[in-house]
Design a protein around this ligand. Structure first.
Ligand SMILES: [Zn+2]
Length: 339
């Protein structure tokens, strides 16, 4: 099969690799219908995380080709969506809705799903089958559910977005944009998007943003305060992962409000005195996407939401390197790869 491998920062190649096989009786093998490049894949691409001959990708949708002897709920031929953490969905942590911290979790990035085929561990707990074979135009949206939509959704839930709430969203990448969509679905009254890119502002408004703030950092915070009678937002989504973004999120939140942070944290250190004085709730981390998959698949299947719009470049898998380049140079927000 063909699979993307990052040899070194900036060097992604699609190569011939051994086809995956069933290793554990709880495994499934899927043939990918689509895969994509994540904003978090850019950290090693830019040399901010060590990388050496690493298989890439952790987002996936596809058709089940084989199952292990102990797989019960997934069948060969099913179209499935899964999250970037494989999880048993039965342990105490999973049952509490925190499948990203399953006691048996496996990080899909270690298996790599920018490929034609992939082995999915803990298939019964990890994969959710769609009601049937999707129409081709639904595949990008189902693909988004695998990570960016599920992560944006968790961020909105963690920020307690809901009716009567003003939600501010730091980050206009795919996760931030889908955090807007999630806040809207959860009934938020007003949604403030931080963005300085015209095309992303347009999509933010399409997904439900009511206000756009182009300023960043403390100037951005001042704008949010201005829009909220000096109080700050009830709910703030942090979808970047840098120090500036985290402090912008905390400072944009009113006392008693909630920050949902899902940007993969890089060198973020929150000063204790600022945290103490802010009086806000902080919740975040790797999103338990699996918890939301049944609900998200239904919304997509019923065409109530169209999160696939975040993909603004589609390439064949063999041209993955161009996709990385486009996301690195910000000429694309999110790249869909077709094996
Ligand atoms: Zn578990």
């Amino acid at each position: 099969m063909r699979q993307a491998v990052m040899h070194a920062p900036g060097d992604v190649r699609v190569e011939d690799r051994e086809d995956p096989v069933i290793i554990e009786p709880t495994d499934a093998i899927i043939r990918l219908s689509a895969t994509c490049i994540c904003g978090s894949d850019l950290w090693p691409y830019r040399g901010a995380e060590p990388v050496e001959h690493q298989v890439m990708g952790h987002e996936y949708v596809g058709v089940v080709e084989a199952i292990g002897d102990e797989v019960r709920t997934i069948e060969v031929g099913d179209f499935v969506v899964g999250s970037f953490w494989a999880s048993d969905n039965t342990c105490e942590i999973c049952r509490a809705g925190y499948q990203a911290y399953c006691v048996h979790r496996v990080l899909m990035g270690t298996i790599g799903t920018q490929s034609e085929l992939a082995r999915i561990p803990l298939a019964d707990g990890t994969l959710v089958a769609t009601p049937g074979m999707p129409e081709p135009d639904l595949i990008p949206s189902l693909m988004a559910a695998s990570d960016v939509l599920g992560t944006g959704w968790f961020a909105a839930v963690a920020a307690e977005a809901g009716p009567g709430k003003t939600v501010a969203v730091v980050g206009d990448g795919a996760v931030g944009l889908l955090g807007i969509l999630a806040a809207k679905q959860l009934g938020a009254e007003r949604i403030i998007a931080f963005s300085r890119h015209a095309d992303r502002q347009t999509l933010a408004r399409e997904f439900g943003a009511t206000d756009i703030v182009e300023e960043r950092g403390e100037n951005g915070v001042a704008k949010v305060k201005e829009l909220t009678d000096g109080l700050g937002a009830h709910s703030v989504i942090e979808a970047v992962g840098t120090q500036e973004a985290m402090m912008q999120a905390i400072h944009s939140t009113r006392p008693g409000g909630h920050v949902g942070f899902v940007g993969v944290s890089h060198d973020v250190a929150i000063p204790g005195d600022e945290l103490f004085m802010a009086g806000v709730h902080l919740h975040g981390g790797p999103a338990p996407v699996r918890q939301y998959l049944p609900e998200l698949i239904k919304l997509i299947w019923d065409r109530a939401i169209d999160p696939g719009k975040v993909f603004d470049l589609t390439l064949p898998l063999d041209r993955a390197a161009e996709g990385y380049q486009a996301m690195d140079q910000r000429t694309a927000t999110k790249v869909l790869l077709l094996p």
